[in-house]
Design a protein around this ligand. Structure first.
Ligand SMILES: Cc1cc2nc3c(=O)[nH]c(=O)nc-3n(C[C@H](O)[C@H](O)[C@H](O)COP(=O)(O)OP(=O)(O)OC[C@H]3O[C@@H](n4cnc5c(N)ncnc54)[C@H](O)[C@@H]3O)c2cc1C
Length: 282
């Protein structure tokens, strides 16, 4: 049996991975595919979990896994370049080395959602941690009822996974609704915040589980609207984001009220986290 010190050492030691490819999604967002370099060369994760990615000489940062949970020979991440570490990450070339710790955190409740409709609401880069849920549902289609995806981005050029969005929309029992803040002349879909899509969504509240990820203000409004449509708070899950360092509940950087986002989250049921979200600057 491993001692506590040995467990901590294992959790805190980045494992070597090689960059296989970096694909541009939008002007500031890229999807990286990493390949494990030691052990069995395989890894597994729950949709919604994140890794700590170590860019050598720059730093370490939490990034959600955005790939297919049914694929084990690679880890896929979608990263928006907002500062030093994310910029260094998206500038990596194929063959470069990255350190990976994890996967960490709670996942989306894909098991609890079985037999129900799934309502996924994403804003901007928030679609990345939800994409593994969509892959999971589409590869276990008979286990789930309707899939409804509501997705909002700033502009058409900020939309992630364009080809996949179109392919998902063609699947049976799947509704994909997209909106942008600013459309432009060639944009033929919706314009407005993501909550404006609710009037077009085929919702069956008593038979649904909702999963939300995006800016906190967006999640607050979406949760409020879902409640107004009849979903209970324990039918709504959302993913929270805070600065974190250790990712395993030691350092306290990501403390949020009584919770550590890294190990009690990032995915929380709304009945647990909602009351804290109403507290100013927590
Ligand atoms: C559990 C978890 C999962 C995450 N998953 C993803 C993911 O899948 N993809 C992804 O791109 N990011 C993700 N993030 C956010 C990511 O970790 C941060 O963007 C990153 O740490 C910023 O580091 P930096 O050194 O590049 O920027 P910094 O130098 O730390 O910040 C640069 C500037 O950007 C601002 N900033 C920092 N983070 C964000 C942000 N998230 N949004 C907007 N502005 C920001 C800062 O306030 C600052 O002004 C996740 C965070 C958490 C906690």
């Amino acid at each position: 049996m491993m001692t506590t010190a040995e467990i901590s050492m294992e959790l805190m030691t980045p494992q070597p991975h090689a960059v296989r490819e970096v694909v541009k999604e939008t002007p500031d967002t890229f999807t990286l595919t990493l390949q494990p370099q030691n052990g069995t060369g395989e890894s597994s994760f729950q949709p919604g979990q994140f890794s700590m990615l170590w860019v050598f000489g720059v730093g370490e940062l939490p990034i959600s896994i955005s790939g297919d949970p049914g694929t084990h020979d690679r880890l896929v991440y979608t990263v928006r370049s907002v500062g030093k570490a994310t910029n260094a990450l998206v500038s990596q070339k194929a063959g470069a080395g990255i350190g990976v710790r994890g996967p960490f955190g709670t996942g989306w409740p894909v098991e609890a959602a079985r037999g129900q409709d799934l309502v996924i609401v994403a804003g901007g880069i928030g679609l990345a941690p939800l994409r593994p849920v969509i892959y999971h549902v589409l590869s276990h289609r008979e286990e789930y009822d309707r899939l409804v995806l509501l997705y909002g981005a700033r502009s058409p050029r900020d939309l992630l996974y364009r080809k996949e969005l179109a392919a998902w929309a063609r699947q049976r029992d799947t509704q994909v609704l997209i909106t942008v803040d600013y459309g432009g002349l060639s944009w033929r879909h919706h314009v407005g915040v993501v909550t404006t899509l609710f009037k077009y969504a085929r919702l069956r509240p008593a038979h649904s589980l909702a999963m939300l990820c995006g800016p906190e203000i967006m999640m607050r409004f979406v949760a409020r609207d879902l409640e107004a449509h009849g979903l209970r708070r324990n039918q709504i899950y959302l993913s929270m984001e805070r600065n974190m360092k250790c990712a395993v509940g030691f350092c306290g950087h990501c403390q949020y009220g009584p919770h550590f986002i890294c190990k009690d989250g990032p995915v929380f049921p709304y009945d647990k986290i909602g009351p804290l979200m109403d507290k100013y600057e927590l």
